[in-house]
Design a protein around this ligand. Structure first.
Ligand code: ADP
Ligand code: MG
Length: 368
């Protein structure tokens, strides 16, 4: 990635060069969806697309922010006035990051910010965490302070924006390494880096946006808590096999079965990745099984995702699955070239979706 274009855009917007450019990547999930808030397991990786933030300090304690993805010039804000619920629209993400850093005790300077992203927005590839983390990294560096970026960025989304998301995105963006996947344990909050040497990885943007706030996500979380309560365990992580789900029936049983089997699939996939080169055929079957579980037991897939998964397999993929919380967004296909996947998806769904190859990239930080 080059810092030049975003630095030029900053200069055009604010009439002066930025002091630096920071970036944070988007993320994909190899397997492990809806496990984070169940103290479970997931395998993620940072994609080689990122959100760039050019920044310059201001002496007056005010913040201005613009994005090449959004028209218009949002009103400036005083750092001292920031509070949850006060900022509307997309600027709540960058301003929430600054608010959270301030609450964590880091010195936060006034800033002019310009955002440019190559991560599709609102498509389950974590453009929101990329935005908050790139801004937080810029503010920390320019403010000369120290803070836990992962915690601050989670606070920004949960408390300031009001999106009840888990820690998966922030941990991935902060800890990613090129060529590696992250095996995340959400109970111990530990990360193990695994080689991700599996041949082509293709993201298909199905052209359908997802929403965090339509009630589905909150309803699924509640179902998991209810299932754990019935089973008398602190979280579904404590359920080792589906045999232990016997007393749960109906919808609750299916929701819990997804979480328990998804954790099993993550363990299986981690074992496959530890042996390089990984057995791509078996890993593909794990991805397929994850998609079926999300579709049938957790019921968060969407028609374009199901069609994409089928099309990817027609294109020769070893496996494919939806990525993110569901209800819209992207799919990940393993083991077929992007052009072949794009062609098959176009034949199935028309020209709306787009497909692009991704490679496991590094984490957030200063670019220039
Ligand atoms: P995801 O994280 O899956 O992309 P979210 O709904 O969590 O989807 O976050 C998308 C929101 O994040 C957008 O609606 C917008 O408010 C904000 N956002 C992300 N990237 C940008 C960007 N480059 N410019 C402006 N806002 C952005
Ligand atoms: Mg998000």
């Amino acid at each position: 990635v080059s810092a030049g274009p975003v630095a030029d855009a900053f200069a055009a917007a604010y009439g002066t060069a930025p002091e630096g450019v920071w970036q944070a990547p988007g993320r994909a999930t190899l397997v492990g969806e809806h496990t984070d808030y169940n103290q479970g397991l997931a395998i993620t990786f940072a994609i080689d697309r990122c959100t760039l933030v050019a920044a310059r300090r201001r002496a007056d304690g005010r913040v201005r922010v613009r994005s090449t993805a959004e028209p218009g010039v949002p009103p400036g804000a005083r750092l001292a006035d920031l509070a949850p619920g006060r900022v509307r629209g997309w600027p709540a993400y960058p301003l929430g990051a600054l608010w959270a850093l301030g609450r964590a005790g880091a010195p936060v300077p006034g800033l002019d910010l310009l955002v440019h992203s190559t991560v599709p927005v609102g498509r389950g590839l974590s453009s929101s965490a990329a935005l908050t983390m790139a801004v937080a990294a810029a503010a920390l560096d320019l403010g000369g302070g120290e803070a836990d970026l992962v915690a601050a960025c989670q606070q920004a989304e949960n408390a300031f924006v009001g999106a009840p998301t888990g820690l998966m995105d922030q941990l991935t963006l902060a800890r990613a390494q090129p060529g590696r996947a992250l095996l995340i344990d959400f109970q111990s909050l530990t990360v193990e880096l695994l080689p991700l040497d599996v041949g082509p990885l293709v993201v298909v943007d199905t052209g359908v946006s997802h929403r965090n706030d339509d009630g589905t996500y909150a309803e699924r979380r509640q179902a998991c808590e209810a299932a754990a309560a019935v089973l008398g365990v602190a979280s579904l992580r404590a359920v080792a096999t589906t045999d232990a789900l016997g007393t749960l029936t109906g919808t609750l049983g299916r929701r819990a079965r997804h979480v328990v089997t998804e954790n099993e699939r993550v363990r299986h996939a981690a074992g496959l990745l530890r042996a390089t080169p990984a057995d791509r055929g078996t890993l593909g079957a794990v991805l397929d099984a994850s998609h079926r579980s999300l579709r049938d037991d957790y019921e968060v897939s969407w028609p374009e995702a199901d069609a994409t998964v089928d099309a990817a397999r027609d294109a020769g993929a070893a496996g494919a699955r939806m990525v993110g919380a569901g209800g819209g967004g992207c799919c990940l296909a393993l083991g077929a070239p992007a052009g072949a996947v794009a062609g098959a998806v176009r034949r199935a769904l028309g020209p709306g979706p787009s497909a692009f190859a991704v490679a496991p990239g590094g984490g957030a930080g200063r670019l220039a």
